[in-house]
Ligand binder design. Structure first.
Ligand code: RB5
Length: 143
């Protein structure tokens, strides 16, 4: 799969690890920055990934201190459904029920192995459709 990934300064180290993880799993990782630990503004990076997901990326991955600012920003973009994830159950449910297409992590909360585990669950879980189709369509109707 084609996966757009970005972070702010707080998530830049985790991002490098997640890019390696994605490549090891056979995915294409589009690194949209940031590329160093200099303080920067997370909306710049969340918007880049959101636009990639509106385009030809299958999914997006965003890492900041908490994941929250990234998700708030990404969810402003039509068709983008970003979820802050800190456990495997939510990683599965946000795909199965909400058809999330962007996963956001907090580097101040989670170690890289946990992010990798949740990302793996996220990428391997399909949208259930059925009764959830209409609910997701209602989310999209507010775009
Ligand atoms: C940066 O200090 C911090 O605000 C950012 O990484 C993130 O946690 C925002 O939601």
């Amino acid at each position: 799969m084609r996966i757009a990934i970005a972070s702010d300064h707080g998530g830049v180290e985790a991002k490098s690890s997640l890019i390696r993880f994605l490549k090891d799993q056979g995915h294409e990782a589009l690194d949209m920055g940031t590329h160093n630990s200099e303080s920067c503004d997370y909306p710049d990076y969340a918007s880049a990934v959101a636009k990639a997901v509106q385009g030809d990326a299958d999914y997006g991955v965003l890492v900041c201190g908490t994941g929250i600012g990234m998700a708030m920003t990404a969810n402003r973009f039509a068709g983008v459904r970003a979820a802050v994830i800190a456990d495997a159950f939510s990683a599965s449910m946000c795909r199965e029920h909400n058809n999330a297409n962007v996963i956001c992590f907090g580097a101040r909360l989670l170690a890289v192995p946990a992010m990798e585990r949740f990302l793996d669950v996220f990428l391997k879980t399909s949208f259930a459709g059925g009764r959830h189709e209409g609910r997701v369509a209602k989310i999209n109707s507010y775009d």
